[in-house]
Design a protein around this ligand. Structure first.
Ligand code: MCA
Ligand code: AMP
Length: 501
């Protein structure tokens, strides 16, 4: 397989040059600088020992994270991006499950005690021209290891299920290359494009699409560090051509637009505005189009499948749909019993199943879960429910599992939050649901039976408890107290019977 990044390793675009590759705030790297910096680090971590041969990456929204991941990919060493706000129990689980040989982190980063004595390698990134080229890397064109199998693991990305702790989706090099090339076709994405976004770098959206995407195209990315409408305005006014975001970000844009003509002007200049990770409500689509004259394009993906469908840049934009299957991706809808649905009638609802080179390989250490996720003939069961319009546009209408919550574009399993809540001494019983939220899509609601009804733990305490164990985005935003949870004859909690749910 050819290199993941022809612009870094030589190829049709030639030797790495002075074109911009990455920019985070005031700090940036050209292709030549990135090739030298990541190439030197790749040499250092190539063939890491320690059993698994994997490296963890402390995935802050920084240049160091991008360089660390690129170095791992150049070295052919699987990288495990870690949410730097992971709580102790989630981080402990991921480190135990993925058993990295070392962790890559920015020089100033304080790592939590969960890392124990794990070897740490600082990602040193100078950003002023010649200083960035380490002496030991005279060749400005790092050679990818020649024996890199397209099926070999590139990244292990942790994703929540309905119950239990997150699972590590093993994403091969082949999936990254094919998904990014399919998106290039759908979006007419080229080396001329300058992407702006403020997405986290420990998930597929921000890392694979948002960092590796521009680098594979030979274009550039400007990361905002943290999403803000001001940052979007600044970068789109200053030459950026594309914006990626989750619906919460577009909702905040839609809310800001009426009083912010500069933001409207900046969005109006963009070549492509893309939303994904959750459904963008039609109302937000409409408000953005009314204020800017531009339509937001939605694409549909998953950690396990990377990208499946998209509204094409050269296709008819249609709010409320996720477009058509990407080149090379087979998408079908099936009945409850697995029978394929042949209707393209905009009405018949079925589960989306996907097959193609964009798929992950397996869940790390979870052959049971991997087997359950695929049909006998290799279709991946997404759990998303959809209909298809007569011209093939897919409309997602819901999700099979009520125990999966999408909040701010993050997938969150009800079970892992319930388990965390049950570890609080003031909680006797707990159930977690998602309820509609204009900003987050869904907000996490915790239903609690307190151990002592006279002294129930307050909402802030429970939110902090969950944030500290799992991650802040998994904390309940609302806590409701009950005397008992509704249960069926088998003792199973009946979430649909919760008041107001
Ligand atoms: C609040 N904070 C706390 C607590 N409460 N920290 C500790 N303990 C607490 N109790 C902190 C937060 O960490 C955060 O810190 C700040 O307060 C604000 O938190 P919050 O209100 O939760 O966040 P927000 O700023 O409102 O975030 C909205 C957001 C975010 C920016 C849209 O949800 C986001 O980045 N979403 C992106 C999700 C994503 O990338 N999903 C892709 C996966 P601080 O201020 O330091 O930040 S899906 C995927 O990859 C598939 C393939 C796909 O299709 O794309
Ligand atoms: P994750 O497991 O975090 O990768 O999230 C994947 C899930 O996000 C999918 O299974 C969908 O439920 C949801 N998703 C992603 N993109 C979209 C979209 N454009 N519209 C609706 N849901 C989406």
């Amino acid at each position: 397989m050819s290199s993941l990044f022809p612009g870094l390793t030589g190829g049709p675009t030639g030797t790495p040059d002075e074109r911009p590759a990455l920019r985070f705030g005031e700090r940036s790297l050209t292709y030549a600088e990135l090739a030298a910096t990541a190439g030197a680090l790749a040499g250092r971590i190539s063939g890491v020992g320690g059993g698994s041969g994997r490296v963890a990456v402390w995935a802050t929204p920084t240049l160091e994270t991008a360089v660390g991941v690129v170095a791992a990919l150049l070295a052919g060493v699987p990288a495990v991006p870690l949410n730097p706000k992971s709580g102790e129990s989630e981080l402990g689980h991921i480190l135990k499950d993925s058993s990295p040989a070392l962790v890559l982190a920015g020089p100033g980063e304080q790592l939590p005690s969960a890392f124990g004595s794990l070897e740490r390698v600082d990602v040193e990134v100078g950003t002023s021209g010649a200083e960035t080229v380490p002496a030991e890397a005279p060749d400005p064109k790092p050679k990818p290891k020649p024996d890199l199998d397209p099926e070999s693991p590139a990244l292990i990305v942790y994703t929540s299920g309905t119950t239990g702790p997150p699972k590590g989706a093993v994403i091969p090099r082949r999936a990254i290359a094919t998904t990014l090339d399919a998106l290039a076709d759908a979006w007419q994405w080229t080396s001329e494009d300058v992407l702006v976004h403020g997405l986290p770098l420990f998930h597929v959206h921000g890392l694979i699409l948002g960092i590796l995407g521009p680098l594979r195209r030979g274009g550039s990315v400007r990361h905002l560090g943290r999403f803000s409408t001001e940052g979007v305005t600044r970068e789109l006014t200053d030459g950026a051509t594309m914006l990626f975001g989750v619906p919460t970000m577009y909702h905040r844009i839609a809310e800001t637009l009426p009083g912010d003509p500069d933001l409207a002007g900046a969005l109006g200049r963009a070549r492509l505005l893309v939303s994904g990770s959750a459904a963008l409500p039609v109302h937000d689509h409409e408000r953005i189009t009314a204020a800017t004259g531009r339509r937001v394009v939605e694409r549909y993906g998953m950690t396990e499948t990377l990208m499946n469908t998209s509204v094409r840049a050269d296709g008819e934009p249609r709010a409320g749909t996720v477009g058509v299957p990407l080149p090379g991706v087979e998408v079908r809808l099936v009945e409850e019993d697995g029978a394929p649905i042949t209707a393209y009638d905009g009405e018949t609802v079925g589960e989306i199943q996907v097959r193609g080179p964009n798929l992950f390989t397996e869940y790390l250490n979870r052959p049971d879960a991997t087997a359950a996720a695929f049909t006998a003939d290799g279709w991946f069961r997404t759990g998303d429910m959809a209909v298809r319009d007569p011209d093939g546009y897919v409309r997602i209408v819901g999700r099979k599992a009520t125990d999966l919550i999408k909040s701010g574009g993050y997938k969150i399993g009800a079970g892992e939050i319930e388990n965390a809540l049950l570890e609080h001494p003031g909680v006797r019983e707990a159930a977690v649901t998602g309820e509609p939220d204009a900003d987050l899509g869904e907000r996490i609601v915790a239903w609690i039976v307190p151990a002592d009804p006279q002294l129930p733990p307050d909402a802030e305490e429970l939110a902090n408890h969950v944030a500290g164990r799992l991650a802040p985005h998994k904390r309940p935003r609302v806590v409701r107290y009950l005397d008992a949870l509704p249960r069926n004859d088998m003792g199973k909690i009946m979430k649909r019977a919760l008041p107001g749910d």
